[in-house]
Ligand binder design. Structure first.
Ligand SMILES: CC(C)(COP(=O)(O)OP(=O)(O)OC[C@H]1O[C@@H](n2cnc3c(N)ncnc32)[C@H](O)[C@@H]1OP(=O)(O)O)[C@@H](O)C(=O)NCCC(=O)NCCS
Length: 193
């Protein structure tokens, strides 16, 4: 089950973060700032348990309201939970959030030596738009920069052939996708994606 992350999820997220990114995990301080930041949203994927739940994955998107672009900041599933569609579901939740905030394009970086993540992004419609040499340190691995253009809001079409106001203008939004972000991903440690 995917739900919005809260600062209380920090410890569980950091456990998966360190296991998933052993050489370039974000610091706890940085992750805490991400979870508390107003310019995006983090989700966690949880397995319900009796009295408590188990966080098995997380992902974050930076999307400033009013900005046309957004950035996938990170996404990871604990190893035992990979490969069964949960990463795709998390990514879709992030894209829907970006759309809800008004973004029209979503950007991300992915390590050139991570074909699983790249495959997920390609399958969801992202395309490579460039590379950043040596972006991931200390491993000296290139970043593949990818972009997804979100479906836009439908433009209002005023009908002139009907007297019924219910039949003119304002069609239902096609999908929840769209928003903003200024691609100001200034994380010192870089995004994971
Ligand atoms: C990348 C990650 C989030 C994907 O989540 P996941 O739950 O494992 O992936 P899913 O089961 O949702 O699969 C989605 C797509 O990913 C790709 N994929 C998943 N497992 C794969 C594998 N073992 N080999 C190749 N591609 C794979 C496929 O394109 C797949 O689509 P398909 O099932 O239609 O073929 C997850 O594997 C993970 O946490 N990896 C470690 C951390 C990481 O690399 N994060 C991304 C940083 S950019």
């Amino acid at each position: 089950m995917i739900r919005a992350a809260t600062p209380d999820d920090l410890d569980a997220i950091m456990l998966i973060e360190r296991r998933s990114f052993p050489t370039d995990a974000w610091s706890e301080e940085m992750m805490a700032a991400e979870l508390a930041g107003p310019h995006g949203r983090y989700f966690v994927d949880v397995e319900p348990g009796g009295d408590s739940e188990l966080v098995v994955g997380y992902g974050g998107v930076r999307a400033l309201r009013g900005s046309p672009d957004a950035d996938i900041q990170t996404i990871a599933l604990d190893a035992a939970y990979r490969g069964s569609g949960r990463g795709r579901a998390l990514l879709r939740a992030l894209l829907a959030e970006a759309a809800e905030r008004g973004a029209r394009e979503v950007f991300l970086e992915v390590r050139a030596d991570n074909p699983v993540a790249e495959g997920l992004y390609l399958a969801e419609g992202f395309v490579e738009i460039g590379r950043r040499a040596g972006y991931y340190q200390p491993d000296d691995v290139d970043a593949i920069v990818m972009r997804l253009i979100l479906p836009g809001r439908e433009t209002t079409v005023l009908r002139t052939d009907s007297a019924d106001p219910r039949e003119s203008g304002h069609p239902e939004p096609r999908t929840p996708l769209h928003p903003e972000n200024e691609n100001e991903n200034e994380n010192e440690e870089g995004s994971h994606d």
